[in-house]
Design a protein around this ligand. Structure first.
Ligand code: A3P
Ligand code: MG
Length: 275
């Protein structure tokens, strides 16, 4: 467990993320314009307001720790590769869902140590839910002010309890269908943003195959939550845990989130990757 995030620091981090969330909600409720970024993804004033609020909070709390944000602009790998510890943030994950006003967006803050997401906060302000996890330590959600400890669930017998498979609302539908075609009895749930990974951490979902592009800031905070809850976030090709800051590109490989490895879904994954 990282000794760096003390209980006092954790409380200040949660408060800081909630404060950034209040700025996001003010914009969500009052109206906003939408720009299109170079990669064709949307950007709103809320992304930038959250970015500035989170950076200021982290710089105040831990001035010595570098921060990489989706909205920072690129920081070359030559600079990042020596970082033993850094904050990795996605100020507004699920911007499409924000624009569509369905509430399925989050603010993500992760602490990375030697490439491993060791601590994460994922906050969904519309759902009034915060997921917090420290690998090897506590993992809980705060939903409407109530704290609940989290545990990923073991895969049930699909004949008696169909597996729950969660997929993106906006990306990668074809590969998701190929994967599901190889599974035993299951139910599908569509969801935006990092909430998908958090559902696996809660034991509300069994699998989240992501066979479409994402970046490290999309997944790191929720990966810490999933791992702390006993689940795994695995490279879909190697079935090794995802790592951050290993190369120039911040794109993730395709991955699968699960409570545990199991050959019954590994064969479906292989077929989906090769199909
Ligand atoms: N072509 C692409 N390249 C990299 N990341 C992509 C992408 N298309 C979508 N994403 C990532 O997928 C995230 C949304 O996933 P989902 O649709 O499952 O909610 C986006 O987060 P942002 O909203 O923070 O940009 C974005 O980072
Ligand atoms: Mg994102």
């Amino acid at each position: 467990m990282t000794a760096f995030v003390t209980n006092e620091k954790r409380a200040r981090l949660i408060e800081g993320v909630h404060a950034a969330g209040r700025e996001v909600m003010a914009i969500y409720q009052s109206g906003f314009s939408v720009e299109t970024k170079a990669d064709q993804s949307p950007l709103t004033d809320a992304d930038m307001a959250s970015h500035h609020a989170l950076i200021a909070m982290l710089k105040d709390l831990t001035p010595e720790v570098p921060v990489l944000s989706e909205e920072s602009g690129e920081i070359p790998f030559a600079t990042r590769q020596d970082w033993q510890r850094y904050w990795l943030i996605d100020p507004l994950d699920g911007t499409k869902e924000f624009v569509n006003k369905n509430g399925e967006f989050t603010l993500n803050v992760a602490l990375i140590e030697k490439g491993v997401p060791v601590f994460g906060i994922v906050y969904a302000p519309v759902l009034q839910t915060t997921w917090v996890g420290q690998v090897g330590g506590e993992v809980f959600k705060i939903a409407q002010g109530i704290y609940v400890n989290l545990q990923a669930r073991a895969l049930p017998d699909p004949e008696t309890a169909p597996w729950k498979v969660v997929g993106s609302r906006s990306h990668g539908a074809e590969a998701f269908e190929r994967f599901c075609a190889g599974l035993p009895a299951h139910e599908r749930v569509s969801m935006g943003s990092s909430i998908k990974l958090c559902l696996v951490a809660e034991g509300q979902a069994d699998l989240y195959p992501r066979l479409a592009p994402t970046s490290e800031w999309d997944t790191a905070a929720a990966q810490a939550v999933v791992t702390a809850a006993g689940g795994e976030v695995l490279n879909a090709h190697t079935l090794e845990p995802l790592r951050c800051n290993q190369q120039e590109s911040v794109l993730n490989p395709h991955f699968i989130v699960c409570g545990q490895r199991d050959e019954r879904w590994e064969s479906a994954l292989e077929a989906a990757l090769n199909g």
